[in-house]
Design a protein around this ligand. Sequence first.
Ligand code: GLN
Length: 497
Amino acid sequence: MADYELTDLTIAAARTGLRNRDFSSVELVQAHIDAGEAARDLNAYITPTPERAQTMAAAADAALASDEAGMLTGIPIAVKDLFCTQGVATTAASHILEGFIPPYESSVTANLWRQGGVMLGKANLDEFAMGSANVTSYYGTVTNPWQATSGPLKGKDLVPGGSSGGSASAVASRIAMGAVGTDTGGSIRQPASFCGVVGMKPTYGRCSRWGTIAFASSLDQAGPLTRSVEDAAIMLGAMAGHDPKDSTSVDIDVPDYQAGLRASVKGLKVGIPKEYRVDDMPPEIDALWQAGAEWLRQAGAEIVEISLPLTKYALPCYYIVAPAEASSNLARYDGIRYGLRVDGKDLVDTYEGTRAAGFGDEVQRRIMIGTYVLSSGYYDAYYLKAQKVRTRIAEDFRAVFTECDVLLTPTAPSSAFAIGEKMDDPIAMYLNDIFTVPASMAGLPALSLPAGLDAQGLPLGLQLIGQAFDEARLLSVAQSLETAAAFDKRPIRSGAA
Ligand code: GLN
């Protein structure tokens, strides 16, 4: 056996180790199953699937032995429980999907398994991916493996961010080598920032949405959470691709992202959007942002100040569009064909009883907001107006990309907060997404990478936003930033540290 912890390896290093027969996938997967067992209290998984993992690992070892390895052969991965997995309970962290076992596999996860990936289990999330702290899950809150080393949060359990909180916590605590999440308004990037890992939302249309439980269909995108930019490049390459089953999936080539990482940032223009310098920005986050710009400048990029004047409308606009689409998507959960059913005196009573019992408070809030903004009389004033603003936001981005190649911003306006905080104030919770939502509204690719710790010892992320379908460049700039940031800290709860 290896004289290092298998759970510490990156995906890139593990691939080499597997190919060199330094260890088997069965050993690698078992190490992650054991680490996951020891960290059950993080509640990162809703449904661990250790037996399936070992079967897949054995198949991976056989493929490796016959030199038939794919991009992820033998690599243990966590899957946000929003992706349908054939024969494995899929809950969306909601009571309403109680007992639902999909008879089909989502396209993104099917792609991962085709490339030899091994499923460790279904990761916890906010109910139907609505939230920023993983506190709305029917299956309980997820804990961030990081803890504050000083200040008032010291000793408290912190949120991992959300909605892909289980995925981020699993990758940070080294109970998964990588994870797939979904990002509608920030749900990959913000938890990545809170947990000190890399999280990437590809361009809308890059990954298929088929078989992924829908939240807001015009915004939802799958993406990877990993411990390095290179690992994100590997995972994205395995997940992405055109899928005729999703009419919004785009038929363009998927480049070799890993090979592209070596591209230099020399001569690239990095835009700093001045509107992201919000009034109450913590000075540490501002300082890290400036440090990030300086690192890229030293690597040969040119830093240019740019303006995205409509930034301040992105969040209010998102909180009209996303609930509107959610209210429509969630109409299908009526207790008739699958999931929870609360029988009533007649059909309407059954619908009402089922939905009242099955959906949590935040989901019900979104359904009510969404139904309101789509109702006749309010449709023009809210939904249509928000769609027009959204078009203008996308135009703003298109205009700045004539002046620069990528944008650099903070990922979130704070580091992780304590479990229980902001719970009774939905608006404070929604403000977490202030820096991530604009790229979502414009459908652009964006990535968060850990760049430093704040004074409390908690990770802070920087966000890069790229042009549509230019993930290759986004990843190469991220690689450069990652090298300069040299973030090598690890959470208190991370295996054998
Ligand atoms: N936090 C945002 C929300 O609650 C984004 C969620 C997401 O990206 N799925 O809607």
